[in-house]
Design a protein around this ligand. Structure first.
Ligand code: IFM
Length: 737
C-alpha cells in the first residue's frame, strides 16, 4: 500500500453500535473480536473462534428420512475488550460515548476514543488501541490510556472476564433465518487467576470442543486490577491468547509491540500482492480496501477452517460456510495469494467423507455431495428446498479447483486433493442426472434442483446448475488426463479409468440447456417462464426482503429472483454467450431481481462492466463496495457480508478490467473505465508471476513485477509481456444502446 488508508466513519456516536462492532471487528482467520464498546454491552457481543461450534438438535414438526438431525452453531465467546473503570469513591464510570474510531488498513491497528462518565456526571477520556496478531494467530492485544476530564482524581481499573454476559439476538426472537441460534449447552468456567492473568475455558458438551482464553498484563504495570493516577501516564495494556490449550503458548513473550509488528508486516505483504486502487474516488477506494482487509481477516488459513458467510465478524448464519467461498471469495485468493486458496480447497477435501455419506443418503450411489451450510462438513440445513437441493455447490467447488489449477498449475494439489474432488463431484452429477430424449436426441438433465436464486426452488434443469455440472465433467475429464499422465498410480488408486473420463466428456457434450425462444435468452429453468411475474408494483418497499414477509411457496410460484442466477453463469462462462444475447438476458433478469441477497449486486456490476454498460456497472458497484459501510442490507450488525466483500473485488477485476482466463489458459483483459474514475490499478499473481495492471482512459499498462515473460490478451489482441512495461491503447468504450 503506497499510503496509509484509514477507515473513519462520520457520526460514530449516533451510529448503530451493532453495525460498528461488525465494521471495526478484528480477525486473523483463527478468531475474531467484535469492536464492542469496552464499557457498556451492545447488541451482539463477543469473540468468535473459527470452527468452534456446538451441536443442538433440529426439531421438525414433520420429519422425513435423512433430514439433518443437528444444527451447528458458532459459539459466541466472552468479550475481550471489556474493562471496568472506577473513581476514587469506587463509583463506576458506567456511561460511555464513542467519540472517534479509526482503523488503519495498512497496519491493522484500531484506535478509539471514548468519553466516560459516572452517575455524578464527572468525565474522563479513554483512548483504546488494539491489534490482532496475524502471524501468531492466537494473540490479541489492547491498550487503554486515560486522561482527566471534569474528573481528575485516581482511577481503578478491573480487567476480568464476565462469563455470563454473552448476548445475541437469535432466530428465536425474530423470524429471521439469517440470525444465529441460542445455545444452552455451553459451559464457561474460570481455570486460573492471579494478579497478572486469568484463564477461562469454554466448552461444548455435544461437539466436545474446548477453548481457553487467557488475559495477561503485558508488563508488571498492568495487573488485572490496579490503581492509576490520571496525572502520570495512566495506561494499562493486556494480551489475550485464544486457543485450544493455553499451556502450549509462550504468551509471556508476545508483547503488544510484537503483536502490532506481526500485524503490520502481514498487511504489508498482503497489500504487496493484492493492492487495488481506484483513482478519482476516495470513498470507493477506501471501501474497496476495507473489503479486502476484512476478507483477509475472515479467512481460515489452516486447511481445517474456512470462511463463514459472516466471517469472524458476527454470529449471523450461525458461522456456516456456503458456496459463497468458492464463487465469491476464492477468486480473490487464487489471483493474489494462491496458498490460501489451496487451504480453502483442502478444507473441502477434508469434508469429503461427510459429502460421500450425504450423497448416499440422497439415494445417489456414487460420488459426493458437499454440505450446503456447515462448519465441519456435515449438512445442517433444516430447509432442503433452499439448501441441499442447491446441488450446484458441487460444481462451484469444481469450478474453483479448475480456476486454482489454471492459475497455478499446482500438480501436487491435483494429485493429493484436487482430482479426487473433481472425480467425486462428477460422479455425483453423473449418477444424479438422467438421460432423456428431446427432439430425437439423447440429452442429459438434472431434475428437482435449486439454483443460486433462492426465490425459485426445486425446478428441472436450472441453467446455472447444468452449466456448472457441465464444467465439472469437463474439468474431471481434462485434469484426469493430466493426472493419468503425471501419476498413473494415483489416478488408478481412485478407481478412475479412461473410459470413465470419456463418459464424462460425452455427458458434458449432451447436457441440456433450457432456452426461451420468445425472448431469445437462456431460461433460468424449464418452467420459469410459465410463471407470472411477481407483482412488483403492488409490493411496498417495506416488504423487502421478500423472504421475511412472504411464505416461500408464495414466492416460488412467481418469476422473481433473490439474486443473480442465469446471469452469473454468463459471467463465469463468457465463451458461451454472444453480446446480443447477453444484453437481452441481462435486461430480462435484471427487471425481476430484488437483490434481496447480498450476493447479487456485485455480479450485475461485473457483467454490466463486461457489456460496456458503465452507468449500471458503476451504480451496482457503488452499492456493492459500500454495502456494509452503509448497512445496505439492514443487517450488518449480525456480521459483514463476506461474499459481497469478495464480490466487490470481482466487480473491479473481472468486471471493470474484464479479466478472464481463456479456455486455452491465457490471461485476458477487456478493460472498461467508469467515467467517474481517473483510473484504477491492481495486482494479481498468475502462474508464478506478479503483475501490476493500471487502467486509465484509453490506456492499459501492464507491468511484469516478478516472474517469467508471458502472453497476455488485451482487448482481444495477443501481446508478449516481457520484463518491461507493456502499454496498450484501448480501442475505446463500446457504445451501450
Ligand atoms: O449462500 C448465500 C445464499 O446464496 C443467499 N442467502 C445467504 C447465503 C449465505 O450468504
Amino acid at each position: 500500500m503506497t499510503k496509509d488508508i484509514r477507515l473513519k466513519l462520520k457520526d460514530v456516536s449516533s451510529s448503530n453500535p451493532g453495525n460498528l462492532e461488525s465494521v471495526f471487528s478484528f480477525g486473523n482467520g483463527h478468531f475474531g473480536v467484535r469492536a464492542t464498546n469496552p464499557i457498556k454491552s451492545n447488541a451482539i457481543e463477543g469473540t468468535l473462534v473459527n470452527g468452534f461450534f456446538e451441536y443442538s438438535p433440529i426439531t421438525y414438526g414433520e420429519a422425513a428420512a435423512y433430514y439433518p438431525k443437528r444444527n451447528e452453531t458458532i459459539v459466541s465467546l466472552p468479550n475481550l475488550r471489556k474493562i471496568r473503570v472506577f473513581d476514587d469513591s469506587h463509583d463506576e464510570f458506567t456511561h460511555s460515548t464513542l467519540v472517534d474510531m479509526q482503523l488503519d488498513l495498512s497496519d491493522g491497528k484500531l484506535v478509539e476514543e471514548y468519553e466516560l462518565s459516572n452517575d455524578a456526571h464527572q468525565t474522563i477520556k479513554m483512548m483504546v488501541t488494539s491489534a490482532i496478531d496475524q502471524k501468531e494467530v492466537h494473540f490479541y492485544g489492547i491498550e487503554y490510556s486515560f486522561e482527566a476530564g471534569s474528573y481528575n482524581g485516581d482511577i481503578y481499573v478491573a480487567k476480568n472476564f464476565v462469563l455470563d454476559e454473552v448476548k445475541n439476538v437469535t432466530q428465536d426472537d425474530i423470524d429471521d433465518p439469517r440470525k444465529t441460534r441460542e445455545l444452552k449447552s455451553i459451559k464457561r468456567e474460570v481455570v486460573s487467576r492471579d494478579d497478572l492473568s486469568q484463564t477461562i475455558a469454554i466448552s461444548t458438551s455435544e461437539s466436545d470442543q474446548r477453548i481457553e482464553i487467557t488475559v495477561y498484563g503485558f508488563d508488571n504495570n498492568s495487573p488485572l486490577e490496579t490503581k492509576l493516577s490520571l496525572i502520570d501516564e495512566p495506561k494499562v495494556s493486556y494480551g489475550f491468547v485464544v486457543g485450544e490449550k493455553n499451556e502450549s503458548f509462550e504468551f509471556g513473550k508476545e508483547d503488544f509491540e510484537t503483536i502490532k509488528q506481526n500485524s503490520a508486516s502481514f498487511w504489508h505483504d498482503t497489500w504487496e500482492n493484492s493492492e487495488v486502487t481506484i483513482s478519482g474516488n476516495d470513498e470507493l477506494n477506501l471501501a474497496l480496501h476495507y473489503n479486502i482487509f476484512q476478507l483477509n481477516q475472515a479467512t481460515g488459513r489452516d486447511g481445517k477452517t474456512n470462511i463463514a458467510a459472516k466471517g469472524l465478524t458476527g454470529p449471523g448464519y450461525e458461522g456456516h460456510t456456503f458456496w459463497d467461498t468458492e464463487m465469491y471469495m476464492i477468486p480473490y485468493f487464487i489471483y493474489t495469494n494462491p496458498e490460501i486458496a489451496k487451504k480453502l480447497l483442502i478444507y473441502r477435501y477434508n469434508t469429503l467423507d461427510f459429502a460421500r455419506i450425504r450423497a448416499r443418503e440422497l439415494g445417489v450411489n456414487q460420488g459426493a455431495l458437499f454440505a450446503w451450510r456447515s462448519i465441519n462438513g456435515e449438512e445442517t440445513s433444516a430447509y432442503y428446498p433452499a439448501s441441499t437441493a442447491a446441488y450446484h455447490l458441487d460444481g462451484d467447488i469444481a469450478y474453483a479447483i479448475g480456476n486454482y489449477y489454471q492459475a497455478t498449475h499446482d500438480t501436487e494439489f491435483l494429485k493429493k486433493y484436487g482430482f479426487e474432488m473433481l472425480l467425486e463431484t462428477a460422479r455425483f452429477f453423473r449418477e444424479f442426472g438422467t438421460w432423456a430424449q428431446r427432439d430425437g436426441e439423447s440429452v442429459f438433465e438434472f431434475h428437482t434442483v435449486t439454483g443460486p436464486d433462492e426465490y425459485t426452488a426445486m425446478v428441472d434443469n436450472n441453467y446455472f446448475t447444468n452449466r456448472m455440472a457441465q464444467n465439472n465433467f469437463i474439468l474431471a475429464y481434462k485434469l484426469g488426463l493430466i493426472l493419468m499422465e503425471e501419476d498413473p498410480e494415483e489416478f488408478n488408486s481412485l478407481g478412475a479409468s479412461v473410459e470413465e473420463l470419456e463418459l464424462f466428456k460425452d455427458i458434458a457434450e449432451r447436457i441440456y440447456f433450457p432456452y426461451n425462444f420468445e425472448y431469445q435468452i437462456n431460461a433460468q429453468d424449464e418452467t420459469f417462464f410459465s410463471k407470472a411475474i411477481w407483482p412488483f408494483d403492488e409490493t411496498p418497499k417495506d416488504k423487502y426482503p421478500l423472504l421475511l414477509h412472504y411464505h416461500p411457496l408464495n414466492i416460488y410460484r412467481y418469476q422473481v429472483n433473490k439474486q443473480a442466477d442465469t446471469v452469473l453463469a454468463d459471467l463465469l462462462f463468457p465463451e458461451t454467450i454472444d453480446d446480443d444475447q447477453l444484453k437481452r438476458e441481462f435486461d430480462y433478469y435484471e427487471k425481476i431481481t430484488t437483490h434481496d441477497s447480498s450476493l447479487s449486486r456485485s455480479i450485475f456490476s461485473a457483467l454490466a462492466a463486461r457489456m460496456g454498460n458503465m452507468e449500471k456497472a458503476y451504480s451496482y458497484f457503488s452499492d456493492t463496495v459500500r454495502m456494509d459501510l452503509t448497512d445496505l442490507q439492514g443487517n450488518t450488525e449480525d456480521g459483514l457480508h463476506l461474499a459481497n466483500l469478495g464480490g466487490s473485488w470481482l466487480s473491479v477485476v473481472q468486471g471493470f478490467a474484464g479479466m478472464q482466463v481463456t479456455s486455452a489458459g491465457e490471461l485476458k483483459l477487456i478493460p472498461h473505465l467508469p467515467a467517474e474514475w481517473d483510473g484504477f490499478e491492481f495486482r494479481i499473481v498468475f502462474n508464478g508471476r506478479l503483475l501490476n495492471i493500471n487502467i486509465v482512459d484509453g490506456k492499459s499498462t501492464i507491468k511484469l513485477v516478478d516472474g517469467q515473460p508471458m502472453n497476455i490478451i488485451v482487448d482481444n489482441k495477443l501481446y508478449k509481456l516481457e520484463k518491461e512495461t507493456l502499454e496498450v491503447l484501448s480501442k475505446g468504450e463500446q457504445p451501450w444502446d
